[in-house]
Structure formats: C-alpha cells, structure tokens
Design a binder for this molecule. Sequence first.
Ligand code: NDP
Length: 415
Amino acid sequence: MLGRAYLQRTRRSITIIVSSSIDRQQQVLSSNFPSSYYSTTSSTMDKVVTKQKHLTLNEVERICQRALSASGLNDIATAAVTDAVTTAERDGCKSHGLFRISGYCEALLNGTVDGTIHPKVKDAAPSVVRVDAGGGFAPPAILAGRNLAISKARTNGISCLSIHNSVHYAALWWEVESLARENLVALAFVNSRSFVAHQPGGKRKIYGTNPMAFGFPRAATAPAPAVGQWSDAALSDEIHGPLVWDQASAAMARGEIQLCQRDGHTLPEGVAIDRDGSPTTSPDAALAGAQLPFGGHKGSAIALMVELLAAGLTGSQFSYEAADDSDDSGANNSPSNHGELIILIDPVVTSGGCDGYLQHCETLFERILEEEGTRLPSMRRYANRRKTPLEGITIPLSLYDEIVALGDARRDDIL
Ligand code: NDP
C-alpha cells in the first residue's frame, strides 16, 4: 500500500505543463509512409498536447531497466520485460511501450507481482510444455519454456506452451514473431482482467480484451535475436520479417483507450458502452463501463474462444475471476494474473516436407500486395523498425519524468 501511495505522490509531483506541439515522431515517420502505417491507432494521432521528450532506443532501454530493477524485479525478468518494452517503442507500438512501465512497477511495488520469482518449466507430455510463471510477468515465463516447446514442435510437428499463473502486460507479436523466426508457425492467446461485454445483449464485463497473435515464417528472414539484441542489424537489413498479426478481440485495445483519455481524444463509435449500457465515445465513461468486442457476435465468439484456450485450458482464472471487484472505476492500471497458450506448428512436417512451401506462400502475399492500398499486417512495425534506431522516439515529458523517478527510487525507501 505504501508503494501505491509513493507512486501516486510521484505522479502528482511531476504533473506537467501543457503546451501545443505536433508529435515529432509522426513528422519524421510520415515522410515516406502514410501516418496510418505508424500510428498504433489513427484516431489517437491528432495533435499531441503535452510536452514531449525525445529518446534514443538505448535510452528507452536504460530507463526501463532502471525502473524495473528499482521496483524489485530480478535481472532475468528485467531483461525480458525491458526487451518487450524497448521493441514495442522501436516498432511504434506505443500502447505497450514505456506507457506500461508505471503499471509494471506498481504491480511489483504493491505485491501483485513478486519480482524475485523464477518460472518453473515442466515437460508435461511429448508435445506439451507447462510453465508455472509463479505469479510473475509473462515474458520471462515464455522465454523459460520456449526452447523446449520449439524442440518438441520439431520432433512431433506440433507442440504447445501452456503458461499459467502469469501476468501478461505486453503485446503478443513479441513471442510469435520470435517463434516464426525459428521457422515455426505460432499462435498465441492471452486472457486478462474482464473489460469486455458479451455481444449482443451483454452489459457486464465478462471477457478480457483477449488478444491473439499469429506468426508465419517467410523466406529469407533473419534468425530470432537473443533477448536484449533488439538493435541487431540483421533485423533492419532484411527485406521483410515473418508475417505477423496481433490483435485484441476488443474493438479497441484498452491501452489505446487510456492513451485517448491521457491525450484528451474522444473514442470512435462502437468501441464501448457506459455503466448503463449506452454507447459512449468518452474514454472516462468507457473505462468505467465496458468495452465491446470487434464485429458483434463474431468478436464475442473469438473472445470466448481466447478465454477458454488461455484460461480454461491452462488452468488459469477467467478474466471475470481476475477482475478486481473493489475497483469499478476503470482506473485500475495494474495487470492481473491469468494464462497464455502458445501453439507451435512445424510447417515442414505439415506440408509433407514439400520443398518450396514458403515460396508458394509468397505468391499469396504478392497477389495481395499487387493491389494499391493494401499492406500485410506487421509491415507497419517493420517499417518503423528501420527508422527508430536512427531517429529515436518521443514520449510525453510527464511519462519520462515518472519513469526516471521510479528508477531513482530505492525500493527499500518506497516500501
Ligand atoms: P490493431 O488493431 O492496432 O492491429 C491489429 C493487427 O492488424 C496488427 O497485426 C496490425 O499490423 C494489423 N493491421 C492494422 N492495420 C492494418 C492494415 N491497414 N492492413 C493490414 N494489417 C493491418 O491491434 P489492437 O489494437 O487490437 O491490439 C494492440 C495490441 O494490444 C496488440 O499487440 C495486442 O497483443 C495488445 N494487447 C495485449 C493485451 C495483454 O493483456 N497483454 C490485451 C489486449 C491487447 P501492424 O502492427 O503492422 O499495424
């Protein structure tokens, strides 16, 4: 509790002066591509009304590492989470970059996550790896079970990595892209705290924002870099990375709604209802009410599937069970304990060892891209990845100050 009080004081003390400026990152990046390539959500990318701080990616890594370590996270987990956060900033995925650090630290400081925990890996069956994350963050748990799951997929053609008792607070492309770079097809499913109503008809928060991600190998991609090697030149030199899509089953990711709230933007229609179940475009009312799944009943069905795979199948709590009933303000930014299921498929085995299956898949991509106005999912991230190591990134100055203050604090002083 004292940790939470410290964080609240810190936030108040660094509240910033508002001024008007255009997001420098958008100016830099829009020179070659339409802005929709770079924005996490185009609706959030109007004028940014906060003072900005420019950072190199090395600085991003450093302030992230310091804040997590000072909050009591062990070195292995700090390296894994720092990699997830730094690569999110590198790829222009703001909602899972430095914006998340205060949530990570708060979870450590208020005891939601034990920073000293190391995940336990169990060889559960010829094709199944189970990881008990021990209530810790998901990235170190994924890394702990990853190599065994890869070798099982290569031996058996398919395997799954079943993670329970974990706190997932990151974007899922991080894990599936890395597996696709091992020439495996990867599908990942994660549930969360309940934020999303079942549609049609529901008003109550039942589902998490329940993301799922898909990674598919492509010819001539670089091998997966080790943790912390996010600046590996092979990544920016390759013509393209693996095909990856990664999306929440909510119409809008919660992080995006929080960014709209922070930046004073309204929401698009159809992403949320207020406490009474009426449609709303107010971020405050949406966060206090419920989010909607994408695509009505079809999105609800996907959210239900993710819930069953990520929680039901891994032995983890459902999103409605993870919800903190004492907090119905929508202000709770702390991550919750839940599960993740990752399925790995070796396409060499499923395609009967046929030569040229990758080239065959390339013909589909070429066919899609022949039409003007199309792009493949993940192209936005890969385009950002070539630029941010040179240009750096920007974040609100208030966010920078907050993260630096977290890194400056000694945990013993805080608790
Ligand atoms: P988006 O709607 O921004 O993007 C979804 C996918 O669609 C991405 O793969 C994106 O590729 C692709 N895409 C977007 N526009 C186009 C286009 N014009 N043509 C082709 N493909 C396109 O994602 P969400 O807002 O749903 O989710 C954001 C993130 O939030 C995800 O990374 C997700 O994992 C994360 N999340 C994490 C949670 C957790 O508990 N850990 C909970 C919920 C969400 P590209 O990246 O190249 O734009």
